[in-house]
Each structure stands twice: as C-alpha cells, then as structure tokens.
Design a protein around this ligand. Structure first.
Ligand SMILES: [Zn+2]
Length: 412
C-alpha cells in the first residue's frame, strides 16, 4: 500500500517503540495518518486528535498483546525525564516598532500611561522582545522569536537580538508573503536574515500561517530549515493535523521528510481577532487548551506576538508563563523541542529475546531519555551500565537512561 512505510515509521518513532519491534497497521490507519500528516485532511472538531486516537489504539493493542503473550513492552517516554507534556514558547515579530500616529490611532489597546510615555518617547509599546525574554528568564525558560526581515531591518536592535541568540533564545525566520510557494522568495528572505543575524535560520513560521502543504515543507527542507511551526488554525486553537506531537511530514510520494513540523496549537490573535473573546474568556480558553494537551501528553505550541505584550489581551502572557511553570512539563523554545524530538528518535532501543528473558540495548542521544516498561508479574528487571530505575512496581517501571545501558527483563 502506498505510504505504508511512511505511516508505520511515524507510529514507531512517535510511540518510541524498539527499532525491531513488529506491529501491523490497518489500511484505514495508514489512510487516516497519511491524509492528516500530508495536510490533506483536518479533524472536524478543532480539538479532535484523530491521529493521536490511532496512536493510542495501537499503543494499547500492542501492550495488550504483550501482556497476553506473557512478555514485556518497553518504549521511550515522549518528553525529557518523562515530563507529562511539553510547551513550546514562540513569538512572531510582525513589527518591532510603530510610528506615533499609529499608536495614537490604536491607543485604546494600551494603558493611558504607556501612551503618554510613547508621546514623550520614553517607551515604545511595540518593542517587547527584551521584556518577553526577561519574563521568560525569570522562570528559566527560553523561547523562539520569528523575524519578518522582509519588512524591517533590526537597526538599533541588532546587537540586542544577536546577543539574545547567544544566550540561548531561538531566533528564526518569519517568512513573508510568497515565500511559502517560491524557493526564490524564500532564498531572498534567508539572505536578509543572514545579513541581520550573521547566522542561518534553523526554524521558520510563515506570516499569516500561509502554507501550501503540497510544496512548502519541501521548499523549506531544500533551503536547510530544520523545523517549521506554521501548521495550525488561524481562526481557533486546535490540532490541525489531528496530532499533538511533532512529526516529519511526508513528501508528495510519501517519503519521510527530514524537516520536523512543530504543530502550532494556539495563536493569541485567534482569541481576539477571530473569536472576539474578552480578556478573561481568552485566558479560560488558554486553560482549556492546556488541559486538552495534557490529556494527550502532547505539545502545546503557543504563539504570542511580541508586539502584543502590552496590549489588552496580550498582557496575559506573564500570567500564562506563571501558570505553566506550575506544571510537570518540559518548557522550551521550538528549536530545543526539535532537538529533543530528533535526539529521541535517534536514541537506539533494540529488543532481543534470550530464552525466557528480554534484553534491551539502549544508546540514548540525550541524557534525559526515560524508558517506560510494563512486564508480567513475577518478571525481574535489572539494568547494566548507565540505566537507573526511577520507579518500579509489580508490573511496571521507569528507567532513566543517562548513557549506554542494557536492560534485562527476566522471565519467571
Ligand atoms: Zn505574522
């Protein structure tokens, strides 16, 4: 069946199964996965996680089969140190400043004191990258900023933004109109970005989320992007690909692309511009999305425009940071999320049967990889090398893998 290898590769790597573990997919599973991840289909309800549902069904089927065969089941946890879910903090920078007449025109969006400061040239309400980074630093977080370099240069901000990149923030390209379907236009934006930043961008989000799933990923991949984070709804939060995890989209002939999609889940402007919510209703929506992503152990990619930080609605950002800092989740910029996901994929986990025992060889690419094991009662679990059991009960265990290790699950 066309695309079968693509779909099974996606299932294996997303569930974190051993590389030589055998499982089968129905034609319907293959179809649904491929339609959604290629961008041809989206779920009916914004928060339907159609592809996640398939992953969960396959995961529990495999686990049941292992139980009835009296054998263990070992897989990689989704997130570093087996965190419950993850958050990617991202910001588009549609502008870095605005002229006084514009500020006066939209003055109702801002507190009067800020408008007065702008009149006196004491503060620029549209320059918030520094404020956002400082807020994030208080929690030990970093984030991604996407620069629309087609529309502005960094002028007096260049040194600050370059230094921020050196401090660990991810600075990516906000692709201008036309880049999503033209290699030439994309090349021009990349050249401008390199001139401003002195480095090539590794990540991208398209302005207004413009995207042509039949070619945009391939253009990005050809020009060296490691990840994209455009695939999300404009009008509302949700899982546009029906999946709450990063994934490698397919090429037109269903080869797995190298580029990683970090799907967008919530954009600030959807709350105000499309859904017309008040500030508190907007905050409740963020809470709802957070709860939903949590039930999926997924990734909450949040887009909060840098220019909005001091506006009504936009000023919720510090409250959101505080909220997620209280969760057991992995919070990072989109580049670090990408690095984690790819390192997890490349962490070797092999299974071998030896008499009544199962032996797992593990070579992690990241010290935060955790394995989750279930096994029949009476079986004994041992580790050799850099594996450390962090929790164990009669039939399940979590093992932190700080380096190469062997896990042995001895049959009774
Ligand atoms: Zn934009």
């Amino acid at each position: 069946m066309v695309g079968e290898n693509y779909a099974s590769g996606f299932v294996r790597s997303t569930l974190g199964l051993p590389s030589n573990f055998e499982f089968s997919l129905s034609n319907n599973d293959v179809n649904v996965i491929n339609q959604h991840l290629s961008g041809k289909a989206s779920p009916e309800g914004a928060f339907d996680a159609t592809v996640n549902d398939i992953l969960k069904a396959i995961g529990s089927r495999i686990s049941d089969e292992c139980t009835s065969a009296g054998r263990p089941f070992v897989r990689k946890a989704f997130w570093p140190e087996a965190a419950e879910f993850a958050v990617a903090l991202t910001h588009d920078a549609d502008r870095l400043t605005a002229p006084l007449n514009h500020v006066l025109k939209v003055r109702k969006r801002f507190p009067t004191s800020l408008v007065i400061k702008r009149i006196l040239s004491l503060e620029d309400p549209y320059w918030n990258i520094e404020k956002m980074a400082n807020l994030e630093a208080e929690f030990g977080f970093t984030s991604s900023f996407y620069l629309l370099v087609h529309d502005y240069d960094l002028a007096g901000k260049r040194n600050y933004v370059r230094a921020l990149a050196e401090k660990g923030w991810d600075i990516g390209l906000h692709g201008s109109f036309g880049t999503h379907d033209s290699t030439e236009r994309m090349r021009e934006d990349i050249a401008r970005f390199e001139k401003e930043m002195g480095i090539k961008p590794t990540g991208i989000r398209e302005h207004y989320l413009r995207f042509d799933a039949s070619k945009t990923w391939e253009i990005m991949e050809e020009l060296g992007f490691v990840y994209d984070t455009t695939w999300g709804f404009n009008q509302k939060p949700g899982f546009k690909a029906g999946v709450s995890f990063p994934y490698h989209p397919p090429s037109s002939n269903f080869q797995t692309l190298r580029i990683l999609e970090v799907p967008l889940v919530l954009m600030d402007t959807s709350l105000w511009g499309y859904m017309h919510l008040g500030e508190e209703e907007g905050y409740s929506e963020v809470e709802k999305v957070l709860a939903r992503v949590k039930t999926e152990n997924g990734l909450f990619t949040i887009l909060w425009h840098q220019e909005a930080l001091q506006m009504k609605g936009g000023r919720l950002y510090p409250r959101i940071l505080k909220r997620i800092a209280n969760e057991n989740c992995f919070v990072a910029d989109a580049k670090r999320i990408t690095e984690w996901w790819i390192n997890r994929e490349n962490s070797i986990l092999n299974e071998q049967k030896d008499g009544k025992s199962f032996i797992y060889n593990v070579k992690p690419k990241d010290k935060r990889v955790v394995l989750e094991a279930t096994f029949p009662k009476g079986h004994k679990l041992k580790t050799e090398g850099s594996g450390k059991i962090i929790s164990i009960s009669e039939a399940r265990a979590k093992i932190a893998v700080n380096g190469e290790c062997v896990i042995i699950i001895e049959g009774a």
